[in-house]
Structures are given as C-alpha cells and as structure tokens.
Design a protein around this ligand. Structure first.
Ligand code: GUN
Length: 276
C-alpha cells in the first residue's frame, strides 16, 4: 500500500516539475540525539529520493537553543524554495515543543501539527492531515472496513496520533471512544471495539483477551524490547487469532506514515506553486 501511494506521489512530482520547473522540497529539522528519530529520518530521506522530492537536512544532534531553533524555522518559512517543514519530535527537554510547532507556517506544516491545522481538522474543514492517522485511514479504506456506526476505540491521546485519528474516525461516523493512561478499565473498552486503533507507546499492552472476536486491529506502536526485537503495542500472536485483520509491526502503519508525509509534501508544493 505504501508503494502504491509513493508511485502516485512520484507521478505527481514529475507532473509538477514539468509544469513549473520546481522540485518539491522538504526541510527536515532534527534537534537532539534520539535513536528512533534517526531511523525515521533515514526512512524519510530514502522515500523522498525514491519519489523525486528534494530533502534538505538541518541536523543538530548536539542540541540547539530555543531562540536559534525559532530563527531557523522562520528562515525556512521565508524561503520560497522550501515547500514543507518537518520538525522531528520529540525535541530535547530544554526546548519548548508547542512554541516551535507554532513557529512553523501552517501552509508548510507537512505534519499537520500546527494548532491552525489541527483546528481545521476539529472544525471539519481539514487542511493538512497528520501523517500517521492519515495512513491508518488509508489502510482501513483499502480493506473496505466499514466505519459508519462502528464502535471504534482509540488507545492513546497524543497530538501526533490519538487525537487526530479520533477526529478522522468521527468524521466518518464511527462511534469513537478514547482511552488513555488514566482510563479505569481499559479492557472493558477495548473488548467492545469493532475497530481498535492502538497508539499507546507501550509494548504489547493489548493482549488476546482484550480484543473482541472479529475486530479489526491497527497497531501504531513500535517498541524495541531489551532483546532487540521490534514489537507493537499489541501482542500480535495472540490477538491475530481472534482479530479479523491486524496490521503487523514492523511493516504495517510505519511505512504508510512516511508515504503520507510524501503526499503532504507534494500537496504543500502544489499549493505554494499555485498548481492546485
Ligand atoms: N515523531 C514520531 N512520529 C512523528 C511524526 O509523524 N512526525 C514528526 N515530526 N515527529 C514524529
């Protein structure tokens, strides 16, 4: 599925270049040294190259002060050759994440994390849709999962996944329950789910007995165990026995996230070049 999205983006990039002479360009900003972020960025670079999107890296593994970060983002906002800005999260503790996200021009915010873009999603007038939730919706649609009237449960309430995903499901007329770390009886909720989306960031918190027979399970988590093994937030072996369908980790939602980032970057470039 990710390859299909990438192929469409590649065609779009070529068409845009033929029409305008411009190459869609994504600026990637990384502050601090987080192993997971390094992996994300490497995948993003690889996929950008594959579809013909230019990627400009601004990497500060040793850190960057908040004023310098804001100055960099303002410079990228003002640069007409940059169409999209990706500020890799998390930022080091000494940085103010909210302030940095708000400093990105909403039209260049390819992650859709700026309050203006999240507000549009809430208002029902979506602009840029955050990549991971957008990828989850693509997967559900590709497999024809019925959402209208369905019991959908989202575990996790992050700005990156849980909150925007709940809005997207709601917009498709699902009955949405949001669960999080303070939810009293998590299993009571997850057992009711026809569509269960898990973005808790905790290895294998969803076990076999927490899932309803025939449920569709989307596992957004990716965690490295001490053994070095990569696992999701769902116990795959047991849950896959009762689920109708389940996304694997790795190789499920992850590649879709990066493919949707490419799609958002192409969209941002089209808008900047007046080619929408
Ligand atoms: N960190 C984890 N996921 C993401 C993402 O989708 N975008 C950004 N910018 N940072 C992340």
């Amino acid at each position: 599925m990710a390859q299909k999205v990438l192929a469409e983006v590649k065609t779009g990039v070529t068409a845009l270049r033929d029409r305008t002479g411009a190459t869609p360009t994504l600026a990637v900003v990384l502050v601090g040294d987080f192993p997971a972020s390094r992996i994300y960025i490497a995948t993003k670079k690889k996929m950008a190259a594959e579809v013909g999107i230019a990627s400009r890296d601004f990497l500060y593994p040793g850190g960057l002060s908040q004023p310098d970060l804001l100055a960099l983002l303002r410079r990228l906002n003002a640069d007409p050759a940059v169409h999209g800005i990706l500020l890799q999260l998390p930022l080091p503790q000494e940085c103010d994440e909210d302030e940095a996200i708000e400093a990105i021009a909403p039209l260049k915010d390819v992650d859709g994390f700026h309050p203006t873009n999240l507000g549009h999603l809430l208002a029902g007038t979506p602009t840029v849709i955050p990549c991971t939730p957008a990828g989850v919706m693509e997967i559900l649609d590709h497999y024809g999962v019925e959402l209208k009237g369905a019991e959908a449960v989202v575990v996790g309430r992050s700005r990156i996944v849980g909150k925007p995903l709940a809005q997207l499901l709601l917009a498709r007329h699902a009955t949405v329950t949001m669960c999080h770390t303070r939810t009293r009886d998590l299993a009571a909720h997850t057992r009711r789910a026809e569509v269960l989306c898990v973005a808790a960031g905790r290895p294998q918190v969803i076990t076999g007995e927490m899932v309803r027979e025939g449920a569709v399970v989307v596992d957004v988590g990716i965690n490295r165990l001490e053994s070095g093994k990569l696992v999701g937030d769902v116990e795959f072996d047991l849950v896959s026995k009762c689920a109708r369908a389940i996304t694997p980790v790795p190789g499920g939602v992850g590649p879709m996230t990066v493919a949707m980032l490419m799609k958002n970057t192409l969209q941002a470039a089209r808008r900047h070049l007046g080619a929408v």
